[in-house]
Ligand binder design. Sequence first.
Ligand SMILES: [Zn+2]
Length: 297
Amino acid sequence: MRVLPSVALAVLAVTLSACSGPGPAPEAPSGAASGATASSGTTASSDTTTSSVPASDRAEPTGKATDLPAPPQRTPVPAASGPATAAPATASPAPPAPGATAHTDPGAVDVVVNKRRPLTPLDYAPADLRRPAVATPTGFDLLRPDAATAVEEMFAAAAADGVGLAMVSGYRSFSDQESTYAYWVGQYGGAAGADTVSARPGYSEHQTGLAFDVAQADGACTLVRCFQDTPAGQWTAAHAADFGFILRYPFGFHEITGFSAESWHFRYVGRDVSLAMKEAGTQTLEEHFGLPPAPSY
Ligand SMILES: [Zn+2]
């Protein structure tokens, strides 16, 4: 796999990592073929094959073709049992589903954005964004004020524990995401593969200004799977909820969230929600709010 200079890698990853699209960094192209296979719906998620495919360390969702076949489910969500292409009976095409209109205000902290819940309007842009006073090595360094404050508090607490953090991707506009998604479509030769690693414009949590990708200050494992094993990855996983954040794409829940695990992507939901989820052991926003799973568009 080709390795780019770290700076280029970081910038590229930021751009790509649609989060809501795992940011399988530059190597993604190598998984292009497999990406197509993933089109069956479930996010490629090499989640479950991590240990057997060390090479996919850097591009968790793409991995090898062998990663794609149905990763085991850890969660008893109704719709998770069928092929991803089969929409959950209650979720279908559009409106009538329970909760279809709940949590859709893009300006609200409880908005839920996923492959079946685009932002409304698609090109929504927060009116209030600010740059948190933390290390932001890339250009995507804006967040909504409440999220920015929470990031500052979280990073300060991590520093007090001897863990240096950096924010590598905060708000991304609709047009930023257009570029990101187009890049992946080019890499994969089509939407099927791109959809496994990058959110379509209007469907990215980063566009809400409430999500950010965290990295370890020294850049180790930035936006790649091994981040979860770094001190920064472990610290944020353990403490993010105390600051109002949730790990939005946890390991093993791609049938619900639509994306493979991203140990670096955090979403601000406010402490009431983050702590309630932690207390209940609930892993996804969809489950917490009783919304249908969103394995695919
Ligand atoms: Zn992200």
